[in-house]
Design a protein around this ligand. Structure first.
Ligand code: BG6
Length: 470
């Protein structure tokens, strides 16, 4: 039997471009996420309608109430609030999120907000290639302040960037179109640096403007196992974790680039341009908690350099999230783990490891804000979705959370991905994550009917029993 503290927050999550739709309604500007989705819209669904939350939020929040969630983690679309990124404020955008927040509170669901989930206003890309320009930092700070002032009386838990550490690895999300690998890495390093500064400004603004506000990073977390016990593979596994996740948390929490990361930037000759006062700003931002997004673990071995591949250069794959890096690491398959139909290596023990590791390093409370299984669910003729594979996945990860709490980790919530089917980043509506099925296909919207999956009823019971009945 699992035990959770009395006020443990069982919840569910989503993000703006993946559920809202209404991509250009009521003044909203286009975003980088829209831009990327439109490029692939001949192949799969795009963000124009998504799950149509914008028009059906009342029905959806009523379903959340029925599910019993205590917290709903969602994101605000910057381009709905400030369509041009740094220009006029769009009152209709503020009105929409006010209605959503009020409706959640009316249903006793705590709103938890991410400011930026992969959807930079496209106008800023056109103006100065987004995060490449220092100006983007201040545009973001202004947007963050508008949100804190508009919603901070009711929203107390904030996350700044969703998965900066993952976003920065995917050129499409950052709008890095440079094809020369070294130049692309240089732009990436500068963008990453600007995002750290923007993060720090937003953290400080939250503390200034939101009474009792709590703010933290939402990190894409994993842990990497060495593929063998050869010391260089053990080192490669550590580097894989440090380069893909830990460097990001370390910079947030210490205000300094860790030595191994600075060494890489120097070796590769891509140290970002920094200004006086930046480090003091980074150090001044004090975070209150960590939001952990966790799906899978990795396995790595050492990847030697050769004549064509200098130290630190990336070996690109179609999925750039898991790039290999010469002289550092190469991602391998783990023969001990099953993979989902989309290749994620399922590993509940990895979640226990991650939670323990972060807690020991940073000593801050944590909440799991994403965890879930993407699958091609089947809707039966009698309108049921028998997603027992999802139930198994979530059950095992909830057990891992309970064990982490027993280990002493201060975990205050578990909010899986996703409350309803969302537009998946790369597989449209073929890959589903929700407790609620959205009846649409990639190219046929049908009625967008909401259908409760088997996992909905199961999770409802889990929440009712505060995690005891799994
Ligand atoms: C997380 C993102 O990294 O992974 C979500 O925060 C995303 O936005 C989720 O949906 C699953 O990834 P995908 O590619 O299957 O949608």
């Amino acid at each position: 039997m699992t035990n959770f503290p009395d006020h443990f927050l069982f919840g569910a999550s989503s993000s703006a471009f993946q559920i809202e739709g209404a991509w250009d309604e009521d003044g909203k500007g286009k975003t980088v996420a829209d831009h990327n989705a439109f490029k692939r819209s001949h192949l799969q669904a795009d963000s124009k309608v998504a799950s149509d939350f914008y028009h059906r939020y009342q029905e959806d929040i009523a379903l959340m109430k029925e599910l019993g969630i205590k917290v709903y983690r969602f994101s605000i679309s910057w381009a709905r609030i400030i369509p041009g990124g740094d220009g006029d404020i769009n009152q209709k955008g503020i009105d929409f999120y006010n209605k959503v927040i009020d409706c959640l509170i009316k249903h006793d669901i705590m709103p938890m907000v991410t400011l930026y989930h992969f959807d930079l206003p496209y106008a800023l890309v056109e103006k100065y290639n987004g995060w490449e320009a220092r100006a983007c930092i201040y545009a973001f700070e202004r947007y963050a302040k508008v949100c804190f002032e508009a919603f901070g009386d009711r929203v107390k838990y904030w996350q700044v960037h969703n998965e900066q550490n993952l976003m920065i690895r995917v050129d499409e999300r950052m709008n890095i179109t440079e094809t020369d690998p070294w130049k692309a890495d240089k732009i990436r390093a500068q963008m990453d640096y600007h995002m750290f500064l923007a993060h720090a400004l937003a953290v400080n603004a939250c503390h200034d403007l939101v009474i009792d506000g709590k703010v933290g990073p939402a990190v894409s977390s994993t842990c990497t196992y060495p593929s063998t016990n050869k010391p260089e593979d053990v080192w490669a596994a550590k580097l894989n974790d440090w380069f893909k996740t830990n460097y990001c948390l370390d910079i947030h929490f210490t205000g300094e680039y860790p030595g191994y990361y600075m060494r890489y930037l120097q070796e590769r000759d891509i140290v970002p341009t920094m200004e006086d006062g930046d480090q003091a700003l980074l150090k001044s931002a004090k975070m209150d908690y960590i939001a952990v997004n966790y799906y899978r673990t990795l396995s790595a071995s050492y990847l030697p350099v050769d004549a064509d591949h200098p130290i630190g250069s990336r070996a690109f794959r179609t999925n750039q999230v898991d790039f290999d890096q010469y002289g550092y690491f190469k991602d391998d398959k783990n023969s001990h783990l099953e993979a989902s139909e989309y290749g994620a290596q399922i590993d509940p023990m990895g979640l226990r490891i991650v939670l323990n590791e972060y807690y020991q390093r940073y000593r801050l409370p944590m909440i799991v804000t994403e965890n879930g299984l993407g699958a091609g669910d089947v809707l039966t003729e009698d309108k049921k979705v028998h997603d027992d594979y999802r139930i198994d996945y979530i059950r095992d990860h909830i057990k891992a959370c309970a064990l982490a709490i027993e280990d002493g980790v201060e975990l205050f919530g578990y909010s899986p991905w996703a409350v309803m089917d969302i537009l998946s980043s790369h597989q449209g509506f073929k890959k589903r994550y929700g407790f609620i099925y959205i009846d649409r296909d990639d190219h046929n919207l049908k009625q967008l009917e909401r259908i409760k999956k088997d996992s909905f009823f199961w999770y409802q019971q889990v929440i009712k029993s505060n995690g005891a009945d799994l």
